[in-house]
Design a protein around this ligand. Structure first.
Ligand SMILES: Cc1cn([C@H]2C[C@H](O)[C@@H](COP(=O)(O)OP(=O)(O)OP(=O)(O)O)O2)c(=O)[nH]c1=O
Length: 196
């Protein structure tokens, strides 16, 4: 029997994976999240997820499968990670205001030398935001640990006029694709008690 390890410090990912009803352990991978100059967003998130999984796999023996994910916000081809400070948070919200962006999550499942990957993209459209609204949102604790400087699952949901695609993907772990990835590779065979 394979033990699943979620390589993530994100409380949202912990909660979302627990929602599937699968058993798992937690570990974290501290990797350098700097993008390579010229790296396209999809290549970047895939590389991040792969590096997180590989870091945790290297600490475990063969009886473990490791799941890792990386989520980023993409607008005009640019990667918006977590805001460094108030100024960068303000810049991110100003760029997202009144426009549609993509939220991409890459998933990586690794067991021994075998690596399986998939990625999911959701289109998110923001309301037009006044400077005052941006400032008030940045005064909350929400933006700082989240790609693009907002959390759709919190007050940030009030900034979003519509989404197209997976909601759980925006929060950091697309549930349908995660379930499919785990089931396809025999890591989890029941979904909340239901057979796959
Ligand atoms: C856009 C958006 C992102 N996020 C979060 C999901 C991710 O946790 C985070 C993006 O950073 P990530 O680097 O993907 O993840 P993380 O550093 O939080 O956790 P770990 O690498 O240990 O797994 O942004 C939200 O919670 N809500 C949102 O609406």
């Amino acid at each position: 029997m394979t033990t699943l390890v979620l390589a993530s410090a994100s409380p949202r990912r912990h909660e979302l994976l627990a929602t599937l009803g699968v058993q798992f352990l937690l570990d974290t991978a501290d990797i350098d999240e700097t993008a390579v100059p010229g790296e396209v967003p999809l290549t970047y998130v895939q590389r991040m997820a792969r590096e997180k999984a590989a870091t945790v796999v290297s600490r475990r023996d063969d009886g473990f499968a490791v799941l890792a994910a990386d989520t980023t916000v993409v607008i005009d081809g640019d990667i918006l990670g977590k805001p460094r400070d108030h100024f960068s948070g303000l810049g991110m919200l100003a760029r997202l205001s009144g426009r549609t962006h993509a939220v991409i999550t890459a998933l990586c499942l690794q067991r021994g030398d075998a690596v399986w990957e998939c990625d999911v993209s959701t289109r998110v459209t923001f309301l037009t935001l006044s400077r005052e609204v941006c400032e008030r949102y940045l005064a909350t604790s929400e933006p700082w640990d989240k790609a693009g400087g907002y959390g759709i699952q919190g007050l940030g949901g009030a900034l979003v006029s519509s989404i197209e695609g997976s909601y759980s993907n925006v929060v950091g772990l697309p549930l349908a694709e995660t379930w499919q990835l785990l089931a396809a590779h025999g890591v989890a065979t029941t979904l909340g008690g239901l057979d796959e």
